[in-house]
Design a protein around this ligand. Structure first.
Ligand code: NCD
Ligand code: ZN
Ligand code: ZN
Ligand code: ZN
Length: 430
């Protein structure tokens, strides 16, 4: 048995203990009060926080088709550097992931690279065209656990109804990008005072909320495992709260950027701040934070959306929407919730690992840190002041909205089934 000792770690930020990992089997072998000094490899963790490996329900890895901006390999590197051991990569690639063999190729590449479990998301409609449903049943027999047309909304109510019914029959998650496209034609920013003053076409809250309301009612009547992507408004929070009070079984995610940033950032006209749904206002970020704290919103998902500089460093109106987020997500959640005293590390483990794994019914991710469980772990340094720089990130694209921002918390190491996938001491510098 090859063993790795993580001595003096604080699981969930609680009491300091030591953990022995069986590297060959990829499981936690023992947990003790005293350091395991006889292990094959010994790491003194000096009281750092240990969390279950993070799970991201929503990323874009751009392979196939835009490997110049991200690949399954570079995206896996970014995920591991961000503390993630599993990610779900959306179907809006070129070609669209709308057939089993395409989904299988994504999964196989992720496994071959071996730094992160990369789950393919299947599209709901063929070619993301919103016209005909994909073979949800066939794809669900492979590695597809979630279906989404993310990037686009399934607007057609009849098609959405049928999708819900199929997803229910095959027991898979249906994830909606809620946007009434008729209401957002030409829109590049949140419809509010800032966009008006800056002369930017507005994307009103109602374009999201009207779709959310409809979908929640459909879920009430037709059932199924509905998941809302990137909730961004106060009104969406009210609708989700209403639905959960009614016992409607839905889940929802919020991105780090919608928890932290607002449309005040648009002042700079910097295309890096263009994203779908757009950055909103203080009252939205406040409502989203409260919703995550009280469970109205279930998880944090990055919506990591890499784009090259030719698509981001252009006039605001012409910038492609999307921001990278894998390597800053934990630092932001730590800043907003833990460093502020609003929540503890148990909460972070819940919203960034346990709950997403539960929603996707993963049996080997988001597990508790206990003997016999898979050694999917991330070590977190809570006293490691650092400044975010896109050029130092593992992601192939550099479109981070946090360039030059300072954070306190940083990932020190990540393990996937006992194998180390990230080591901060080897972090690349530029
Ligand atoms: C995403 C992308 O670039 O694929 N962009 C974004 O602004 N979030 C698509 C999406 O998540 O809707
Ligand atoms: Zn989306
Ligand atoms: Zn997305
Ligand atoms: Zn920089």
């Amino acid at each position: 048995m090859t063993t790795l000792a993580l001595n003096n770690v604080r699981p969930y930020g609680e009491d300091e203990i030591s953990i022995l990992i069986d590297v060959a089997d990829g499981v936690i072998d023992s947990i003790g009060e005293n350091p395991f000094d006889d292990a094959d490899e010994v790491m003194d963790c000096g009281g750092k926080v240990l969390l279950p490996g993070l799970v991201d329900m929503h990323v874009h890895l751009r392979e196939p088709g835009r490997e110049d901006t991200e690949t399954i390999a570079t995206g896996s590197d970014a995920a591991a550097a961000g503390g993630f051991t599993a990610v779900f990569t959306m179907a809006n690639t070129q070609p669209v992931i709308d057939q089993p063999f395409l989904a299988d190729a994504v999964w196989d590449k992720g496994q071959a690279y071996g730094k992160c479990d990369v789950y393919p998301v299947g599209s709901i409609t063929n070619g993301l065209k919103g016209e005909s449903l994909t073979e949800i049943g066939l794809m669900s027999r492979g590695h597809v656990k979630m279906f989404s047309d993310d990037g686009k909304c399934v607007n057609d109510p009849q098609l959405m109804r049928r999708a819900i019914e199929y997803a229910k029959a095959y027991d898979v998650v249906l994830a909606q990008h809620a946007e009434d496209h008729r209401m957002t034609e030409g829109a590049v920013a949140h419809e509010g005072e800032n966009a008006a003053r800056l002369g930017l076409r507005g994307w009103p809250r109602v374009a999201e909320e009207s779709v959310v309301a409809r979908d929640l009612i459909m879920t009430r009547d037709y059932g199924g495992r509905y998941h809302l992507c990137h909730a961004s408004t106060e009104g969406t929070v009210s609708l989700l709260r209403w639905a959960k009070e009614q016992g409607i079984d839905v889940s929802a995610e919020v991105t780090p950027h919608h928890l932290l940033l607002t449309d005040a950032k648009l002042e700079s006209y910097d295309g890096v701040y263009r994203v779908n749904p757009p950055l909103r206002e203080d009252r939205d970020t406040i409502a989203l934070r409260d919703a995550l704290l009280d469970g109205t919103i279930d998880v944090v998902a990055t919506d990591h959306a890499p784009h090259g500089s030719e698509d981001k460093c252009v006039e605001f109106e012409n910038a492609k929407p999307g921001m990278i987020g894998l390597e800053t997500s934990l630092a932001i959640v730590a800043q907003v919730f833990v460093e502020s005293g609003l929540a503890d590390w148990r909460f972070v483990a819940k919203v960034m690992s346990e709950r997403p794994a539960e929603i996707l019914q993963l049996s080997d991710q988001g597990r508790s840190i206990a003997v016999g469980e898979p050694a999917n772990l991330t070590l977190v340094d809570t006293q490691a002041p650092w400044t975010a720089h896109g050029e130092e990130m593992a992601s192939k694209s550099k479109n981070t909205p946090y360039e030059g921002s300072e954070f306190n918390t940083r990932i020190a190491a990540t393990w996937l089934r006992g194998k180390q996938t990230y080591d901060a001491t080897e972090r690349r510098k530029s």
